[in-house]
Design a protein around this ligand. Structure first.
Ligand code: FAD
Length: 346
């Protein structure tokens, strides 16, 4: 266990998906925690997310990084969380990837034996991916917030990391209370506003989604063809997603709308009603690995950098964070911020 003789609470900054998952994990392990979150108007990634989890990635049908570890943990984790909160938000659902064209089909079939097939079943028009589905991130965040409110452990406030924290011999002093550690889960805002971790290798990516109503697509599976069509029920679907690295405003853009309409055309959907757009900035990193761990010199920590895979990465890495906090092992070296310790001055 890191030095915490008086069993002081830890302070989680940010109640997006990352902070929420970490708070539930700490509670499960009987670690005292507090959460602060900026008012709703603050721009997040989580509220825009499609929430899809998918063990297969890329045109070559490769297994996602650490997929076996992540996916064996993800199912029991979210199912238990649904029971705890009494709300349904975890929706396992098959995902279909049609072959893009004849050439791609031949290319993939030629390599079928080399492709890891544990999550795939092949058919004439494409491949079915098992163990996929989606998490209703918005529902999870809203009911978790109500849960934290009922326990009196959350406050709506924006932390100024420079002026609001005071380091003492016991930990970090904030608003009349000493915390053993402050854990930053600020999403892409960390790069702009956090003087302790903002210099890490963030590469934020703005993304937009369109919600539509249509009677044309199947509601039984997620369609994945250079974008996705996710059935929400009641003939509503999310169409996504766009990527941009040059604009971090929370305005929906015309160019994204055009892109998403083009995706619908590729999916063969002709008649639909556009309901709304959602916009967020993914906390992505240059090496596509999370930023999890502890400041080398101060009682501060980070749980961030989950990019476009927060749903599948954050449960597993909340356990990894906790394991290192308890002194029981080190966080996976590809995700640990130890890989950047040379960038921290003493
Ligand atoms: C269009 C789009 C589609 C996506 N689709 C998927 C998908 O299908 N599957 C998937 O797994 N992921 C998806 N993602 C990515 C997913 O949203 C992220 O991985 C995840 O939500 C990141 O969560 P986070 O908590 O790190 O960041 P955020 O959601 O940005 O949360 C950060 C929180 O910290 C708070 N905060 C920041 N600074 C402060 C401060 N100083 N004081 C107090 N509070 C603060 C913010 O208000 C916010 O609540 C998508 C993202 C986008 C944009």
């Amino acid at each position: 266990m890191r030095e915490n003789k008086q069993n002081l609470p830890v302070l989680i900054v940010g109640q997006g998906l990352a902070g929420t998952i970490l708070a539930h994990t700490l509670e499960q392990a009987s670690v005292n925690y507090w959460v602060i979150d900026a008012p709703q108007a603050y721009f997040t990634s989580s509220y825009a997310a499609g929430g899809i989890f998918n063990p297969v990635t890329g045109r070559k049908l490769e297994k996602s990084w650490l997929v076996d570890e992540l996916f064996s943990y993800l199912f029991p984790f979210y199912s238990a969380l649904e029971k705890k909160l009494g709300v349904s938000f975890f929706h396992p659902m098959p995902l279909f990837r049609p072959f893009a064209n004849k050439e791609m089909k031949t290319w993939l079939l030629d390599r079928k034996e080399q492709i890891h097939n544990a999550y795939l079943s092949w058919e004439e028009a494409g491949v079915w991916v098992e163990k996929a589905g989606w998490l209703d991130v918005e529902s999870l965040l809203i009911c978790s917030k109500q849960y934290f409110q009922s326990k009196n452990v959350i406050q709506e406030i924006t932390l100024d990391p420079v002026n609001d924290l005071e380091f003492t011999s016991e930990g970090v002093f904030f608003q009349g209370q000493t915390f053993a550690c402050v854990i930053f889960c600020e999403g892409f805002h960390a790069q702009q506003h956090n003087p302790y971790f903002g210099h890490l290798n963030f590469l934020p990516a703005k993304g937009e989604l369109m919600k539509i109503k249509s009677t044309e697509p199947s509601e039984d599976y997620i369609l994945n063809k250079n974008g996705f069509l996710l059935p929400l029920g009641n003939q509503e679907f999310k169409v996504g997603a766009t990527y941009r690295w040059d604009d971090f405003s929370n305005q929906a853009s015309i160019s994204a709308q055009i892109d998403l309409r083009a995706k619908l055309e590729t999916f063969g959907i002709q008649h639909f009603e556009e309901l709304n757009m959602s916009t967020g900035v993914r906390p992505a990193t240059q090496d596509r690995r999370p930023l999890v761990g502890f400041h080398p010199h101060l009682p501060l920590a980070i749980f961030n950098g989950f990019g476009s895979k927060g749903v599948s990465l954050s449960p597993y890495f909340s356990q990894e964070w906790l394991r290192e906090w308890k002194g029981e092992g080190e966080i996976n070296s590809e995700a640990s911020i130890r890989r950047f310790y040379h960038l921290f001055s003493t």
